[in-house]
Design a protein around this ligand. Structure first.
Ligand SMILES: [Ca+2]
Ligand SMILES: [Ca+2]
Ligand SMILES: [Ca+2]
Length: 294
């Protein structure tokens, strides 16, 4: 009888673990397949962004939808991780403008990224509507996060656009948008640069803090059940999608085939079969670069 109960308990624990695991979402991150396709100007109007899936943040405690939605899109290439936050907001405001100040005490969007997925150290980055940024290398142990603000993403580029007026409560605003390029070379976790590979993955979290007139709203990609963002076990999975080929150089090198030009302007997979000026390469439907004779 005791053995039977132990077997049942083990089975229940396995199902519980599987269920918990299944609650952690995954994001298929498309690769930007040509250089200089994204201008970091605070506008997500490049065709790449339109093709990227959108994550909607939810209440970090309850998982409920936020009446002022926040969407996050992510892209990658061998140089950068690209992040686009679009934050609906009828009351846009922030007064902090200096780097590494307490941006999290005001309206802010945040990303935590754990390149080696170990859950014991990761990077925390934040941006506000003034394009001020905060970045820290966080060690996590015993359920506590220990941020080191001396770490800076020195080559990170960000830009913000605002539909509305900042720090003017007399009118009704619409939204603000942060567009970011975070170079992999800055993520030297445990002294090893983070190098994404197609088919590989990292752990990542997205968050937002909104100061309302009478409350503060905390949202997250994955609810943690408490007003607590530092839960690396609740980070989602960022999966790196395949690339049409690093051989694809610039739009100007692409043959005048309008379909190909359009596809490559979008710079994402899958691509139609395209010919290039030198006639030596084309792309198949899976986006692979085909060599002559293939
Ligand atoms: Ca842009
Ligand atoms: Ca780590
Ligand atoms: Ca810093």
């Amino acid at each position: 009888m005791l053995l039977y109960r132990m077997i049942v308990a083990v089975i229940c624990l396995i199902f519980l673990a599987l269920e918990t695991q299944s609650q952690i979402p995954s994001y298929n991150c498309l690769r930007v397949c040509a250089p200089d396709m994204i201008a970091i100007d605070g506008n997500l109007n490049e065709p790449c962004w339109a093709q990227a899936d959108s994550i909607r943040l939810v209440d970090v405690v309850t998982g409920a939808n936020d009446p002022q939605p926040t969407s996050v899109r992510v892209l990658w290439d061998s140089v950068n991780l690209y992040i686009g936050f679009m934050a609906s907001d009828d009351l846009i405001g922030a007064t902090l403008t200096r780097h590494d100040t307490t941006l999290y005490q005001q309206d802010v969007v945040e990303m935590f990224i754990d390149p080696d997925r170990n859950g014991t150290d990761y990077y925390e980055l934040e941006w506000n509507c003034r394009n001020a940024s905060f970045d820290a290398y966080v060690t996590y142990s015993g359920g506590s996060a220990h941020p080191d603000l001396s770490w800076d993403a020195v080559d990170m580029k960000s830009a913000v656009s605002v539909k509305g007026t900042v720090n003017n409560n007399a009118d009704k605003d619409t939204s603000w948008c942060a567009e970011i390029a975070l170079p992999w070379k800055n993520l030297t976790e445990e002294t090893k640069p983070a190098v994404p590979v197609a088919g590989g993955s990292m752990k990542i979290g997205f968050f937002r803090i909104e100061l309302r007139t009478s409350s503060t709203i905390y949202t997250s990609w994955v609810p943690t059940g408490a007003i607590q963002f530092h839960r690396p076990d609740k980070f989602g999975t960022l999966r790196f999608g395949p690339c049409a080929g690093t051989d694809v150089k610039k739009k100007s090198q692409i043959n005048g085939n309008s379909a190909c030009l359009q596809e490559n302007t979008a710079c994402l997979l899958p691509l139609k079969k395209c010919s290039f000026l030198n006639g030596s390469r084309s792309l198949d439907l899976s986006g692979r670069v085909l060599l002559p004779g293939n």
